[in-house]
Design a protein around this ligand. Sequence first.
Ligand SMILES: Nc1ncnc2c1ncn2[C@@H]1O[C@H](COP(=O)(O)OP(=O)(O)O)[C@@H](O)[C@H]1O
Ligand SMILES: [Mg+2]
Length: 348
Amino acid sequence: MQIRWIQLLEFRNYRTLSYRPSAKLNLLVGRNAQGKTNLLEGIAVLLVGRSFRTPRLAELPRWGSPSASIAGEISRGDSTRTLRRTLQQTESGGWQAVGDHCEWARAIPFSWQDLAILTGGPGARRNFLDGFAGRLYPSHLAALVQYRKILARRAVLLQKGQADRLAPWDEQLATVGTELLGRRRSATAALQTELARIYPLLAGGPQKVEIRYRASLEATDPGAFLAGLERRRQEELRRGQTLVGPHRDDLLIELDGVDARVYGSRGQQRLLALALRLAEVLPVAEATGTPPVLLLDDALSELDAPGRASVLAELRAAEQVFLTTADPAFPAADGARWEVRAGDLVAA
Ligand SMILES: Nc1ncnc2c1ncn2[C@@H]1O[C@H](COP(=O)(O)OP(=O)(O)O)[C@@H](O)[C@H]1O
Ligand SMILES: [Mg+2]
């Protein structure tokens, strides 16, 4: 897919912006705090209705502005769609996003905070996997929200020692939990195939990468899930929380047979973080019938020269990409180049 044009109105530090990006690689060059990440964020809001940076809509309208709007035209093959989204305040003082939604529009964001997939705790890896699974399976994120609500209910009952009232919640947890597990496993398998192809290209060597889902509870059907809960009942009552299930799982990422989180060099971990995002592209393209838009925030800054060159080579083969950089000497590559300056964009 591609964005033909986008307009931002009162969004972050943009008063008004009209931008016709290139269909392939777009380089957005600018010093710090000029609006590079804000522009990527605006693109994400246009495509999927939310930011990759914050769950709080209130942060997005320009300070002091009562609303923000984002409009644009996107295309998939020969078909085009015009989307408009407005962020506005509700009567109760909260913020809401209203407007069009396109079922095949997807954005894959990357920033160096993604290094946490390798260096952070299991929660960072679960978030990564759930974000990807959400791009593959539209119902995944809603199921995740539901799962968390059930966990909260169970925690209350477990803490009060009301074991006799757990049954309906156990049933629900087992149903939704099994669903989440199934989708996470398929997502992991799709990532594995692509990661094994992409990482060696980026690293410039034949390293073997493996990514595996580590479940705290092995269950492919709700019955097995329930049995797993049952086994931990006493301990759960003692500790007042649900001890097994998708919220306790992890991803194992191995490089040449050893855990990349523990033994990987910083450079390897950086390339892996980026490779994991790039590995999302093909499975998402297959799920939606069109390659997603890539939003890469400063993605090359932490790489060495060979790493940068191989990532750029990959990006040239990709569809529409937005790549920000603070480096004015950044090689123009074959991309179209813009300068971001104080909430404005000039062709450079
Ligand atoms: N809601 C907002 N309204 C106006 N300005 C904002 C808003 N949110 C952030 N900013 C400003 O936007 C500027 C640029 O942010 P950003 O896009 O993150 O910069 P960078 O070019 O370094 O990626 C910051 O100086 C910040 O103060
Ligand atoms: Mg930035």
